[in-house]
Design a protein around this ligand. Structure first.
Ligand code: DLL
Length: 434
């Protein structure tokens, strides 16, 4: 059993609650004293830091939403003087202003530790070569896993994203053993390996740590098979820290939330009511130890659920499910709610594992949906003769399993552009008209 910090990761839950309560009280005082928005919100609700005596009082505090972080751009939510901030990162938001976050030296130490925990849980140690293909820059992925690898003492290979053939050569020549990338980029690397004639037996990869975008169990199995590795999920977001907020252990049954640094709640996204363990809703995080940019009850818009059931690995931290999507990712197609990840499940189960894109439009006031999917490179010519039947079958599966009417277009291998970071899965043209 591998832990990076056994004491913290296996702490009895009663002890953890006491620790969380102590840290929460300190954090609330810190934000009340140092961040105008938190102070104003609490004053408006008639709450003072003294009213927060422990985690049982968390629900009294107001939520924080993305707009709050945007409205205070760039540094309005920073809770320490700039001289204590040693690093900035920013969210990769495609709309509106970015969200800028800061870290003190202690914040970076904590972030490094939680990423080291994730690497250790995936079986990495000092002897490993950690190949980091997440982008290095304002995006948190690259530096997060890089810091984690250094903290663990393994050898970091900070390749960043892009130049995919070169990455395959590095696998072979440098002996990379652990790959850190988005799952879609891992798939692209696997395809590139195939096209270069490099077999999984020719490289030394044994594990991958994949996150930053939704991916399905079916995709996990495919990546594991193609690269000959065990694929682990990792979750996080810029606003809360970056990667490492939660991480998977070798039992791959949900991601352990680093509860000595974050409190997670699940709420009903419509009413804001806190939901009981096991119910699906929006994930909300409070940072307990982060000093430069602490968030209190931050609404992530990610949809998931949590369980406190004991995990065979011995870690006591509760587990969250792989987020199935974001509240703002959910497509409503002719009134039917569907997440892109559900479409991915249907496709991968039917052998379409490489790349796909969902194009939603509105024609004559009615929603249309086209699922463009690439044929796998190994498709034989006999099958190609029957393209129409294949697309009809996939279309019927989408209709019967998800209730959506979609036109399925089969494309030649490699016709959908690959992303080096987060994959673009959905093109919703309806947004252009609103
Ligand atoms: O994606 C941080 C990260 C880097 C996580 C590397 C894991 C690995 P942002 O760019 O701010 O930060 O995007 C955060 O990505 O709210 C989720 O919607 C999504 N996301 C992150 N991890 C997962 C995951 C980084 N494992 C947003 N599964 C989050 C599904 C994920 N979605």
């Amino acid at each position: 059993m591998r832990y990076f910090n056994e004491k913290a990761e296996t702490m009895p839950r009663e002890e953890l609650s006491i620790l969380q309560s102590t840290l929460l009280c300190q954090q609330i005082k810190h934000v009340y004293d140092n961040v105008e928005l938190y102070r104003r919100r609490m004053d408006e609700k008639g709450i003072s830091p003294e009213d927060i005596k422990g985690i049982e009082d968390l629900h009294k505090l107001p939520f924080t939403v993305k707009a709050d972080l945007r409205d205070t751009y760039p540094y309005g939510m920073f809770a320490v003087p700039m001289e204590e901030v040693i690093r900035l990162h920013a969210s990769s938001g495609t709309t509106g202003k970015q969200i800028v976050v800061g870290y003190t030296k202690d914040d970076i130490d904590i972030w490094s530790e939680i990423c080291a925990r994730a690497l250790a849980a995936a079986g990495a140690d000092k002897n490993d070569m950690v190949h980091v293909s997440y982008g290095f820059g304002l995006f948190t992925g690259g530096f997060g896993l890089y810091n984690g690898s250094e903290k663990l003492g393994s050898t970091a290979i900070p390749v960043s994203s892009g130049n995919t053939q070169r990455q395959v050569t590095i696998f072979k020549d440098f002996g990379s053993t652990v790959l850190c990338s988005t799952p879609s980029y891992a798939m692209h690397l696997a395809e590139t390996m195939q096209s270069m004639g490099v077999r999984k037996e020719d490289i030394s990869l044994k594990a991958g740590i994949f996150g930053a975008e939704p991916w399905t169990e079916e995709m996990r199995r495919k990546i594991e098979e193609m690269l000959g590795i065990k694929a682990y999920d990792i979750y996080g977001l810029t606003e809360v820290m970056g990667p490492g907020v939660s991480y998977e252990c070798k039992y791959q049954c949900g991601m352990h939330v680093n509860e000595d640094h974050f409190i997670v709640e699940v709420i009903d996204p419509d009413t804001g009511k806190v939901l009981p363990e096991g119910e699906t809703g929006e994930l909300v995080f409070t940072s307990l130890t982060k000093k430069a940019f602490p968030v209190i009850r931050y609404r992530t818009r990610d949809i998931g659920k949590i369980t406190k059931e004991k995990c065979t690995c011995g870690r006591t931290f509760l587990r969250m499910t792989k987020p199935m999507g974001r509240t703002d990712d959910m497509l409503i197609i002719r009134g039917v709610n569907v997440f892109p990840s559900q479409i991915e499940t249907v496709l991968v189960e039917r052998g379409f594992y490489t790349a796909y894109q969902i194009v939603v439009d509105r024609v004559d006031n009615s929603d249309t949906c086209e699922v463009k999917v690439e044929l796998p490179p190994e498709t034989s010519f006999e099958t190609i003769g029957d393209l129409e039947t294949i697309s009809r079958n996939v279309s019927e599966a989408l209709k019967s399993l998800l209730g959506i009417v979609a036109k399925v277009t089969l494309l030649e291998p490699n016709s959908i552009p690959r992303s080096e970071g987060k994959a673009v899965r959905v093109i919703d043209k309806r947004k252009l008209y609103s």
